[in-house]
Write a protein that binds this ligand. Sequence first.
Ligand code: HPA
Ligand code: ZN
Length: 334
Amino acid sequence: MSQFLNALPKAELHLHLEGSLEPELMFALAERNAIALPYTSVEQLRKAYDFGNLQDFLDLYYQGAAVLQTEQDFYDLTWAYIQQCQAQHVLHIEPFFDPQTHTARGIAFETVINGISRALADAEREYGISSGLIMCFLRHLSEAEAFATLQQASPFLDKIIAVGLDSSEQGHPPAKFARVFAKARELGLLTVAHAGEEGPAQNVIDALDVLKVDRIDHGVRAIDDAELMQRLAREKIALTVCPLSNTRLKVFDDMSQHNILQMLAQGVKVTVNSDDPAYFGGYLTENFMALETSLGMTHEQAIALARHSFEYSFATPERKAQLLELLERYAASR
Ligand code: HPA
Ligand code: ZN
């Protein structure tokens, strides 16, 4: 484990809480809730994590989330992720959750958000880890279902900083959710969207122009469009890039092919994130380490990536200043 990268102060801006469900916790919750899993052991389950593409992963990810039933389950899930953050010097987090994955199974919206929010509040109190929660719409579901979800969230808007858009990108372009995102913005929420992960650079453009998002999740396919690359750099639009996810889902054949440092060199405000760490083999430090091992990332580049994670977070200006100060002090001490 790289001491430098682990102790580097950093923020995580692209993390699906349901994707932080480790096989051990999945089995424990299955037992607690008397739910049968189609696997006999943690080892057998881990072996199934061999994905050909995004959809292969999503099928297992939605299946795994079925063990989450009670408010305490959502608390335990979130708290386990926070333990990793504490161990890896992740000082600010903006996790995603997918309410529709749970409400579709008859779990109340409030059960989900109350469990998650209580853990985030404890993280702030016990560890000083600040956070902003992002509610994602599943893009393979309809616009009407997204509107219904936004409606369910209305009593809890003080617990949500932004809305996002995840799940299957192919066949579900940003424009499908233009009106939902407009409504969310009207309600005072910030917005992000997965775009340019498996889908084309045009989805990044549409997320910006049609959904008017504040940040792009993934966005690695933007590299196919030189004009878009220049725009991202010029307009300082941050991308939340997820290296281990991209190689595990075959967006890139191998980490040595990953374009994150190339984008960084072109002035794009890229950040490093873990996406679904329980499924993709690593949390934030492991993602940074993969860039060092396979791309020769320097300490200066790592510091620049961490700096972006604070600068382009949705933290308050006061918190951002505090986080950036901690980072600069760490960098100066090296
Ligand atoms: N892409 C789309 N949807 C997702 C992902 C992802 O990487 N992870 C969890 N839901
Ligand atoms: Zn994601």
